[in-house]
Design a protein around this ligand. Structure first.
Ligand code: CTP
Ligand code: MG
Length: 399
């Protein structure tokens, strides 16, 4: 296949390919950017592979950085924002199921493409638009199939994360996993435990955000992969229910909130669950708030105070996760109509209360402000300074 027009994302990098080629070596665009171009999907990172050895690449350009020199990767800064150029290589050893013991630089494109994970990821695009397809990647794209390059057992033994990548691509691209590749995943699913949780985490979240996430999750159940990631193994019936329901998620908070809500987790359980997945603290906090609101929605017990405390973005997250939209239809409007959205909008401060002689600086000040904030949110006190001062005086007299 010959691409008539090379997409604009590649243009800035074309001088790099031309320079390497004019020095007598081969150079190609490879990996995800080629796959996504042919599938007419947005491209993120543009990777380049070459027959030139790293020292030869470095000799050709003025500004280079050794970003991964031991496995053959050099970043070239001469053109545009920086492009990673990696020498064709073969890999061997893989005693730990995640990275090779030995990388050997080679001059042959075929050898390089042979060690890649799936046929759709083993395509090379030349500067003139010619696509090299040695393993039927183009045909598999047409048939919408994820197929391992060569023997799936070998590919998954080399890097067990590839099993999660297969599931992620199936969900993201709405592709089917070819039978032998699928059998390879079932056979080797336990190898996933050898992989750093952070890497499985990335693939799992991407999978759950894909267009066919129900299918992706279902494949994790059918192949037993779910038993070899943190916590999910104990929740098969709940996961089956999630698979059977339709869901459409747009960020990581929603992914974890859906699971935690369906698993019936308390805040403490959510924290333990997500720490096992090495999730960022900010995400954990947002999930706790989102799930708190989800349970309130389920109980038909959403107060203004809950909406206020959960915050705008997590109200949106809860709405996205809740399957029953009749229960959430009025929430955006209710949120918008809250008298205040955050503490800063309160028309009073501790300083003003002190200045007006309502009370002296003391630990009680915080209590008074909390009282005012909660009652403004609940609509019981108007958010005007005079009213707030009056309410503070009354509160102190009652106390
Ligand atoms: N475990 C892996 C990871 C990557 N690759 C190869 O390296 C390329 C680039 O890897 P990466 O950027 O991690 O994935 P992409 O396929 O580019 O997917 P994404 O769009 O998420 O970047 C892949 O296309 C594939 O050829 C591989 O063979 N095995
Ligand atoms: Mg990529």
């Amino acid at each position: 296949m010959r691409m008539v027009e090379i997409p604009k994302e590649f243009h800035e990098a074309l001088p790099i390919l031309q320079k390497i080629e004019s020095a007598g070596y081969e150079a190609y665009f490879v990996g995800g950017s080629v796959r996504d171009t042919i599938l007419k999907r947005p491209i993120h990172d543009v990777d380049i592979a070459t027959s030139a050895y790293p020292s030869e690449v470095k000799a050709l350009f003025k500004r280079t950085v050794d970003t991964g020199i031991e496995h053959g990767t050099v970043m070239i800064l001469d053109h545009g924002t920086g492009y990673e150029v990696t020498t064709f290589r073969t890999e061997s050893g893989y005693q730990d199921y995640r990275r090779p013991d030995k990388v050997t630089f080679v001059r042959s494109l075929k050898e390089d493409l042979k060690r890649r994970d799936f046929t759709i990821n083993a395509l090379a695009l030349a500067e003139n638009g010619q696509v090299t397809d040695l393993f039927g990647g183009l045909e598999d794209m047409k048939k919408r199939i994820i197929r391992a390059v060569g023997d799936p057992n070998e590919r998954f033994n080399e890097d067990a994360l590839r099993m999660m990548r297969a599931v992620r691509f199936a969900s993201q691209l709405d592709f089917k996993i070819e039978d032998e590749t699928l059998a390879g995943i079932s056979k080797h699913s336990e190898l996933l435990e050898k992989i750093a949780v952070e890497r499985s985490h990335t693939e799992f979240v991407k999978m759950m955000l894909g267009v066919d996430a129900e299918n992706g999750l279902n494949i994790m159940l059918e192949t037993n992969l779910y038993q070899h990631v943190p916590v999910l193994g104990q929740y098969l019936p709940q996961l089956q229910q999630i698979v059977a329901s339709k869901f459409e998620l747009t960020n990581e908070v929603q992914v974890w909130s859906l699971l935690a809500f369906r698993f019936g987790f308390s805040s403490k359980q959510i924290s333990t669950f997500l720490k096992k997945w090495k999730t960022a603290n900010k995400i954990i906090n947002d999930v706790i708030l989102t799930v708190e609101l989800l349970f309130a929605i389920q109980r038909n017990d959403v107060t203004n105070l809950t909406l206020y405390h959960v915050g705008c973005s997590n109200v949106d997250n809860a709405i996205a996760v809740m399957a029953d939209h009749s229960k959430t239809a009025n929430l955006p409007e209710r949120y918008n109509q809250l008298p205040i959205k955050n503490k800063k909008q309160l028309q009073i401060t501790g300083g003003v209360l002190i200045k007006k002689g309502v009370l002296k600086p003391s630990p009680q000040l915080g209590k008074v402000l909390d009282y005012l904030e909660q009652n403004v949110v609940a609509g019981k006190i108007a958010n005007h300074q005079d009213e707030l001062v009056k309410a503070a005086v009354n509160f102190l007299n009652e106390d």
